[in-house]
Design a protein around this ligand. Structure first.
Ligand SMILES: [Zn+2]
Length: 410
């Protein structure tokens, strides 16, 4: 049912909202502002005051924004009581989607299409489906707040640039902390088939630049071979990966129950008859929530120190540099027991899952907001051609969010 306050130009159910959200091409390399402005106007039509936090791109323009909006606990809609923003639950989703380049779609990825019992479109499951359900819930939360029945606030957090390293959410979390808004819990609606995911691994990406010295390949003693030294370091990192796999630091709830290291890219050399002076490679580290970069970096840096010494015996200008390119923290389940119990009562299975993909959940837990993942659709369909969400999953999510809203009522 559409409430009287709701402007008729906005959808009133999750399927219609999802169709509208998919129509915005929010591939991470593009601006998400059109989508954000639409949601901002919707929130304002409900009497809410969304807060936007912007990126700053290289040309100093603001091309992307996060949106955080709170339905305050009762008594706060006129803006008189900041305390009515504290506590409550955040529904969190990213607005960006992965590219469709080179993928073979049966329909326009940015024009949602319902075929049978599924809705197809880029972002259908990852993760505009959850956002659609969250937006659909807002008018009801506003009504409850006005009726004096909302005991704790309901927040919706929409981020940018999640798919390219969770770059947006930290700005939004920082702004919350500046305002002194501390929600009790967060639900990240990544596609989990509406199952409860309580933890995920962290991801750190590193680049090693090996600076050697060129020489003719017949005069190897005059050069420092950057590729050969890179190979020595890569060999060491692989050895370290083997040690992680054999260590007793494991968690059987993960498909891969230990932390992993993987070399991803390598480039170097210009011709077979030249001793190469540069080789660069990247690797990623996917750590269990109980581990961190401190469990691998000291050993790698020590090895680099040894190799640098050998290289610099030939030329003091040579050496290896390591830099961290990306870091998405793991999401731990150690702080979220009370939230897990709450969610277990609202979804069809109380089973706790742990997953390999990373989300913004770790950023929320690091900010002291216990978080779980629970959202419609399967991660199996994410990032692929003909991405879809089953309509039944959206319906389940609507029911779940309605029950969640009940827990915020007095
Ligand atoms: Zn996602």
């Amino acid at each position: 049912m559409t409430s009287l306050n709701q402007t008729s130009s906005y959808p009133s159910d999750s399927i219609e909202w999802l169709k509208r959200l998919i129509a915005f091409d929010t591939v991470s390399r593009h601006s998400n502002l059109a989508l954000i402005k639409e949601v901002q106007a919707y929130c304002e039509s409900l009497g809410l005051e969304p807060v936007l936090t912007f990126n700053e791109s290289q040309d100093k323009t603001q091309s992307k924004a996060n949106l955080f909006v709170s339905v305050p606990a009762s008594g706060g809609l006129a803006g008189e009581e900041s305390a009515t923003l504290n506590g409550g639950i955040v529904l969190s989703g990213h607005t960006d989607v992965v590219p469709v380049d080179g993928q073979d779609w049966a329909s326009d990825p940015f024009k949602a299409e319902v075929r049978g019992d599924k809705l197809y479109g880029r972002g259908a499951c990852d993760m505009k489906g959850f956002i659609a359900c969250a937006l659909t819930l807002l008018p009801q939360a506003v009504s409850l707040s006005k009726l004096g029945k909302l005991n704790k606030p309901l927040h919706v957090a929409l981020s940018f640039d999640e798919e390219v390293g969770c770059l947006g959410a930290p700005l939004m979390i920082e702004e919350l902390q500046q305002r002194g808004v501390q929600p009790d819990y967060c639900i990240v609606g990544e596609p989990s088939s509406m199952k409860m995911v309580v933890a995920h691994k962290g991801i750190s990406v590193f680049r090693c630049s090996v600076h050697g010295k060129s020489a003719h390949s017949s005069l190897t003693h005059q050069g420092v071979n950057a590729i050969s030294y890179a190979a020595k370091l890569i060999g060491f990192i692989d050895e370290l990966a083997g040690r992680l796999a054999d260590s007793d630091q494991t968690d059987p709830l993960f498909d891969v129950p230990y932390s992993t290291l993987s070399i991803g890219t390598i480039k170097g050399g210009t011709a077979t008859n030249i001793v190469p002076n540069l080789c660069e490679f990247t690797f990623d580290y996917r750590n269990l929530p109980s581990m961190g970069t401190a469990d691998i970096l000291p050993a790698i840096k020590q090895k680099i120190g040894e190799l640098n010494e050998q290289m610099q015996q030939v030329d003091t200008n040579t050496g290896i540099e390591i830099e961290q390119l990306e870091s998405v923290p793991a999401m731990t389940d150690t702080e979220s027991e009370a939230l897990q119990q709450l969610i277990a009562g609202l979804v069809s299975s109380s089973a706790r899952h742990k997953v390999a993909y990373a989300t913004e959940g770790g950023q929320f837990t690091n900010a002291g907001i216990p978080t779980v993942i629970c959202g419609p659709g399967s991660i199996e369909q994410a990032h692929k051609a003909n991405e879809f969400v089953e309509l039944e999953q959206l319906a389940q999510c609507d029911v779940f969010l309605n029950k969640l809203l009940e827990t915020l009522q007095s």
